[in-house]
Design a protein around this ligand. Sequence first.
Ligand SMILES: [Zn+2]
Ligand SMILES: [Zn+2]
Length: 595
Amino acid sequence: MNPSLRILSLSLIGLLILSARLLPATEFAEKIRSEVVPAVELPKDEDGLTAKEIRKLVQQAAMSGDASALAEVLRTVGKMPGRDGAASVLATAAALEKGPDDIYWFLLQGVAGFKGPDAFTEMGEFVIRYKSKAISRDLLNSLRKCRSKYANRVIRRVLDQGSADMQMMAVDIAANVPVRRTVDILMPILAREDAKEKGGKKPATALKRAIIAALESLTRQQLGDSLINWQGWWNKERVRGLKVIRDEAEEQTATTGLARPLDPVRARQFLGLEEMPAGSVLVVKGPTAANGFDTNYDHIEQVLDRIKVANTVVEKGELEDPSFSLDKVAAIFINCSQIHKFCQSPGHTAGAYTGKRLHKCEGPAPHDTVQFKMKQTAVDKLVKWVEKGGYLFTEDWVLVELLEVGFGRFVRAGVPLEGGEVVISPERGMTAHPMLRGVFIPPVDLEALRRERWAGYDDEDDDEDEDGYDPSVEDDDADVDGRRGKTAVGEEGSDSGSEIEDPDIRLVAHRWKIDKESPALDIQSKKVQVLVDSEDLRQLCGEGAVAITFPVKRGRVLHVLSHFGKQSSSDNEATIENILVNFLLQVRIRAGGMR
Ligand SMILES: [Zn+2]
Ligand SMILES: [Zn+2]
């Protein structure tokens, strides 16, 4: 028996005997830690913990509400052989129907970091069993950056028996698991989706397009959309192993001098965004006042420029011109800008802060008082444009100047907030929503990922055997786990009895920055979907919504609290930015471009 299990057994027995009540969080963590130090011998025939005991331990850690205590327990439970560890974590998360959000997400992040093969069998069967529930999507979302070859146990089950939205998520996971088995699993699904085209009478399914993007990412080959090309190529090349194929392709691209994309699936979509017709993306901003004051509090055009999306910037006054047509425009972004009255006389000095991000003008009189708030004609034009199919992205005070006026039956401005940072999470089950793809992924060690992805796994002989794909066998023994080259799993031919790697437990919270006097959201309609939510914010003002979206006839509005452009900090890998990318991808799909 593994020594950490012995210690755990002991601490569990202690816990169960000592207290039926809930221990305070810090006491609990201390207890676990203090008992990790002295290793005490247990009788040799000790069989470890029963499933029921493991579950009790996880539940207790979850209820303590202490993330570090929970992490300790997850690390230990993740080392246990068999399915009980994963099962207990999943059951605990499923039971947290209304419980604390952070613990729910931590449990799912935690189990997704488990390394034992049986844990993945459990996860695969769990998502199928709970496929009508939010938790199945949320677990798949937690696996998005999982690079273990055993993730294929989940992927295969979902592609076989999961719902359509879950299958899209499974293909996203597959794109990050560069082993031969992954390609073997995707190939028959590609054939299944291809058959739905009825020989070209129907368009390619979204799943087929996603599978091809994943195959390109896995194999680094560009073989187009033809099933026959992919099947023919794989039948011939499979025997060489994925590592050799990838290394060769890598050598070739190295000579082109092109920048290496971090995520080829994403890169392929960006390629499509770059091809959006000129003039189809519009950014509306506030003017610069006569005294040089830039009335914009954010510059979304800069975010778009950074991700190379061509955009046209206009001042909001131009919208009022009847000759200004929005007919060719597919997406509009509106910067938050100063919408209240202020004096713009050059040379006038600012006095005391008067609220609304303004200061008293010290003069001397006369004052040149202006207000750059959107006029009703512009509001009407935008409402009509959305109703006809336009996609509108707004932030912060645009809620006051536009949404409340033109879309008030959906959302209104709530209380002005003090500002600060709040922890955010997706609304449960919303992780499958196209707007949240890649937004709430666990942070990854970017340097390590680059090394792995581009340096190959030099110390391993991957895919050496010449056997064909055998779907009746769960894993491909020759596949080497994508994450850690040194793993011994696979060499023994069987998963039982081999040492399970330490689970990868990094419980990280995503954050949202709120500037002073940003209004909370006051949701008016059931048609409004909350994408991003904050428990912190709910406690502050009673409404936790941070990002919302709603359909308006043929179009759609997406609004975010405070300033979008200020969210992308380096520590969260700019994943928040993906909301904007996803928004544009939806626009592009609607505009008729396939990719
Ligand atoms: Zn603002
Ligand atoms: Zn003045």
